[in-house]
Design a protein around this ligand. Structure first.
Ligand SMILES: [Zn+2]
Ligand SMILES: [Zn+2]
Length: 307
């Protein structure tokens, strides 16, 4: 009996810190999606791992962010219709997740989302980011044990272990973080035909004692193509791929690990996609005993089995 895992990279404006200015249209909508997703997860009683950018845990910030690639005092920047407090701070959204009916896992996604291979990143910066994540979470009463690397750049795992994390979302076997980008070009050119099934993964304890819970499928990877060719949800190629992965996990001992950003959900078709996928997870839980786990649940189970 395998399991399904869903992780979310929840970052608000930090996910766009490298843009000249935060994308108003995306972010205006993104805040509302957090609650919308929580209601959907509640409806199907499916807990998820919310990897939240640490700065969103703060109520206020006096850090000048000197030398930050987004610019000094970046967290005071507003857009035409969004104040800084709605862009760079959770302003109630973290509580929305923590107080949902289902017991979501609160995980970490960097402190300011600078990825760990960024030209301005080094060991000192990475350690500061991790320490700030832990401090901000602790001040809110959270003790995150799972980590999702910003932009999926898996680096400084030793520091992750040093800062008390015990699991992360890695890449499927044989796939580097640059692999999917190359394939993306092929995929767009070929119109997503003949893609291999997304992998059911086998989490394992790595050389730093961390549990790697590899990703199986990004639920909004080829949305440009999908949006243009989709009519009904039954023809949604992402739903078909997710269903195939969920079914494969239900018949195996592995994990099918799906992920998304809240800001990926931009309209009714995106909600319909998630609704179909969550509904199928719930159906396989009933029919096959498929487990629904958070990354932290998987880590605990894998670690216990490896002892
Ligand atoms: Zn700040
Ligand atoms: Zn991110």
């Amino acid at each position: 009996m395998g399991s399904a895992v869903i992780s979310l990279d929840a970052e608000l404006a930090w996910g766009f810190h490298h843009y000249p200015e935060p994308p108003n249209d995306v972010l205006r909508h993104a805040r509302g999606v957090w609650g919308q997703l929580c209601r959907l997860f509640d409806e199907y009683e499916i807990p998820a791992t919310w990897a939240i950018t640490g700065h969103l845990m703060l109520d206020a910030c006096r850090d000048p962010h000197r030398g930050h690639p987004a610019g000094e005092r970046c967290c005071t920047t507003a857009t035409d219709d969004l104040p800084a407090g709605k862009l760079w701070f959770g302003d109630g959204l973290v509580d929305t997740v923590a107080s949902a009916d289902v017991d979501h896992e609160i995980a970490s996604h960097g402190f300011t989302h600078v990825h760990f291979e960024h030209e301005s990143m080094d060991r000192g910066f990475a350690a500061d980011e991790l320490a700030a994540c832990v401090e901000a979470a602790d001040a809110r009463g959270f003790d995150p044990s799972s980590f999702v690397f910003p932009v999926n750049r898996v680096e400084y795992r030793d520091l992750l272990a040093d800062h008390g994390f015990d699991c992360y979302r890695g890449h499927p076997a044989g796939e580097s973080d640059r692999g999917p980008i190359r394939r993306r070009a092929t995929k767009l050119a070929s119109g997503i035909v003949g893609r291999p099934a997304p992998p059911v993964v086998t989490p394992h304890v790595d050389e730093y004692g961390l549990v790697d819970v590899p990703a199986s499928l990004y639920l909004f990877d080829f949305q440009g193509v999908a949006r243009s060719i989709l009519g009904r949800v039954t023809t949604d190629p992402v739903v078909r791929r997710a269903v195939a992965g969920i079914d494969a996990a239900a018949r195996s001992e592995g994990v099918f690990h799906m992920w998304l950003h809240p800001h990926d959900v931009r309209g009714p078709r995106d909600v319909a996609r998630l609704d179909s996928i969550l509904s199928h997870v719930a159906a396989r839980r009933r029919s096959h005993g498929l487990r629904v786990e958070t990354m932290g649940d998987v880590a605990d189970r894998v670690r216990a089995a490896s002892r």
